[in-house]
Design a protein around this ligand. Structure first.
Ligand code: THU
Length: 152
């Protein structure tokens, strides 16, 4: 896990974070007013975004990271190098946003299947604080398809 400045990110990661920011502007978050954007970088170099979608039945809210994964899957993409995320609103906009537990589990599924330890870029709202970590660091001792003896 490391802190990194936006200017020191590789170009593709800068683009990825900018796409996550664009996705955040598409969030449907009338309840929390917390607009989250995520963007996945596929192994082929495509960038696919997602934003959170809330519901009056609060438990049905879908996070930005999972929205991005579902969007990517629909485009036939399941092999990812990195995911960037950023949020606007919330208690402290100066803090970075990191994936919730459910999203870590969903991200791990595809990470394990592809054999790529996904890099997660977590930014605060104005990109003045960015942390990069691997999914294996965010979800240690993860449970996944291999535990079922399933090779996908
Ligand atoms: N949210 C995300 O989109 N990603 C996360 O990792 C944390 C939470 C969304 C879900 C909900 O719409 C709002 O943020 C408040 O929890």
């Amino acid at each position: 896990m490391k802190n990194i400045k936006f200017k020191d990110l590789k170009r593709k990661y800068q683009l990825l974070l900018n796409e996550a920011e664009k996705a955040a502007s598409k969030a449907y978050a009338p309840y929390s007013r917390f607009q989250v954007g995520a963007a996945l970088l596929t192994q082929k170099g495509l960038i696919i975004g997602g934003a959170n979608v809330e519901n009056a039945s609060y438990g049905l809210c879908i996070c930005a990271e999972r929205a991005a994964l579902i969007n990517a899957n629909t485009q036939g993409e399941r092999r990812f190098k990195a995911l960037a995320m950023i949020a606007r609103g919330g208690a402290d906009g100066k803090k970075i946003i990191s994936p919730c537990g459910a999203c870590r589990q969903m991200l791990f599924e595809f990470s394990e299947n592809s054999g790529i330890d996904l890099e997660i870029l977590m930014s605060n709202f104005n990109k003045s604080k960015i942390v990069i970590a691997k999914i294996s660091e965010l979800l240690p001792l993860a449970y996944g398809p291999n535990d079922l003896g399933i090779k996908i």
